[in-house]
Design a protein around this ligand. Structure first.
Ligand SMILES: [Cu+2]
Length: 359
C-alpha cells in the first residue's frame, strides 16, 4: 500500500512560486520551457501561417521560452519512459482477431501490470503502476458487437484488476468484491464480454484504495466503434491526467497523455481542412473537474461518443472524473493553435499543447 507522507507543500504554493524545501519538486512553471498561456501576440503574429521549417517547428515561441524563467531546460526522454506522447496520441491497439461461431469476431488482448518509474516532466520522476509499461495504458479499440477477451497478467508487486466501462456480467467487471476479484502479484485472469455500447470509454484498476490505484497510472482509453463506423478522420486519443508527486492527495503535474507540456514542446501536426476527431477522456484523480479548450476554433461534441449526432458546437468542454467525449473539428487556417485545460491552474502546471496546422 502507498504511504502518504506529511503534507510539505501544496501545489498552490508551487504555482505561487513559494520556496520549497530541498529535495522537493522544482518549480515546474520555471523548469519547463514554454510559452505563456495567453498574450504573446507579437510572437503569434511573427509565426504567421505555415512558416514552420523543421528547425523552427516551435516558431517564435522558442525565443520566449528561455526568457523570464529559471533557465532550466530539458525534455522528457521518451525512450527512457518507453512511450512517447507524440506517438500514443495516434496509437490504437486493436489486439488480435479471429472468427468464432456465428461469424462473430473474437478480439483478444494481453495486458500486463508493471511497476515502473516514469518521468512526467523534465526531472520529475514518478513511481507509476502501468498497464503494458505505459501511462495511460494502451488505447484498446474494438467494434460494436464483437466478443472481447482480455487476459490480464499482474506483474506488479500489488494486487490489481482491470475494470472496463461497458455492459457486461459482474464476473467480468473487474472489482475486488466480486469473483474472480483481485489478481494477486504473479496471477492472471481472463475477462470476456461483448463490445457495447459504441462510444469512448475507459478501463482502470478497481483495487482499493481506489483513488490511489487509478492515480498511480492504471487506466486507459477503450473505444468501441459503431458497426457502420464513423466518417474518415485524423483520429487522436487524449487522456487528461495528473500526478500527485508528493502524495498529498492533490496533483502537482497535469497533462494530456502524461508528460507535462509534451504537445507544447512538440505540437500535434494536423492538416488544414481535414476532419480531426479527438477521443477525450478525463482520468484525473483528486480534482473534481477538468476541461478542454481549443483556441481560435469550435468543435462538435458527442458526449461519451454514444450517439452519431453532436449535442453542441462549442470551444470548451468540462468533464468530471471518468467522463469522456468525442470532439470533431476542422482547422480552416494554417498556424499554431493552442489547446489547454480551461482550469487555468492546470494549464500552468503542464496541461497545455498546440496543434500545428499545415496545408
Ligand atoms: Cu490496482
Amino acid at each position: 500500500m502507498t504511504k502518504f507522507p506529511e503534507r510539505r507543500f501544496s501545489r498552490r504554493k508551487l504555482l505561487g512560486g513559494a520556496a520549497v524545501g530541498a529535495g522537493s519538486l522544482p518549480l515546474l512553471h520555471g523548469l519547463i520551457p514554454h510559452r505563456p498561456l495567453h498574450g504573446d501576440t507579437d510572437t503569434a503574429a511573427a509565426q504567421g501561417g505555415g512558416g514552420h521549417g523543421a528547425a523552427n517547428g516551435q516558431g517564435g515561441g522558442a525565443a520566449s521560452r528561455g526568457s523570464g524563467h529559471l533557465g532550466a531546460k530539458g525534455t522528457v526522454d521518451p525512450r527512457a519512459n518507453g512511450f512517447d506522447p507524440a506517438e500514443i496520441v495516434r496509437d490504437f491497439d486493436r489486439g488480435k482477431t479471429r472468427r468464432i461461431t456465428g461469424g462473430r469476431t473474437l478480439r483478444e488482448w494481453e495486458i500486463v501490470a508493471e511497476d515502473k518509474e516514469i518521468e512526467v516532466a523534465p526531472g520529475v520522476k514518478y513511481a507509476a503502476w502501468t498497464y503494458n509499461g505505459r501511462v495511460p495504458g494502451p488505447t484498446l479499440r474494438a467494434r460494436e458487437g464483437e466478443r472481447l477477451r482480455v487476459k490480464f497478467v499482474n506483474g506488479s508487486e500489488h494486487p490489481h484488476t482491470m475494470h472496463f466501462h461497458g455492459i457486461h456480467s459482474d464476473r467480468n467487471d473487474g472489482v475486488p468484491q466480486v469473483a474472480p476479484g483481485n489478481v494477486k502479484p504473479g496471477g492472471s485472469v481472463v475477462y470476456e464480454f461483448g463490445a457495447e455500447p459504441f462510444g469512448v470509454h475507459q478501463y482502470h484498476c478497481h483495487s482499493t484504495p481506489l483513488a490511489d490505484h487509478i492515480a498511480k497510472g492504471l487506466y486507459g482509453m477503450f473505444i468501441i466503434d459503431p458497426k457502420q463506423g464513423r466518417p474518415e478522420a485524423d483520429e487522436l486519443a487524449m487522456v487528461m491526467n495528473g500526478f500527485d508527486t508528493n502524495f498529498d492527495r492533490s496533483n502537482e503535474i497535469y497533462a494530456v497523455n502524461t508528460v507535462a507540456f509534451a504537445y507544447e514542446q512538440q505540437p500535434i501536426r494536423v492538416k488544414r481542412g481535414e476532419l480531426v476527431r479527438i477521443y477525450l477522456l478525463n482520468m484525473l484523480e483528486f480534482d473534481l473537474l477538468n476541461s478542454f479548450h481549443i483556441h481560435a476554433n469550435f468543435f462538435d461534441v458527442f458526449p461519451t461518443g454514444t450517439s452519431l449526432k453532436p449535442t453542441e458546437l462549442t470551444d470548451t468542454v468540462i468533464q468530471g472524473q471518468g467522463q469522456r467525449a468525442i470532439l470533431e473539428l476542422r482547422f480552416p487556417f494554417e498556424g499554431e493553435y493552442m489547446f489547454h485545460a480551461h482550469v487555468s491552474e492546470f494549464a500552468e502546471l503542464g496541461w497545455m499543447g498546440f496543434f500545428d496546422v499545415r496545408a
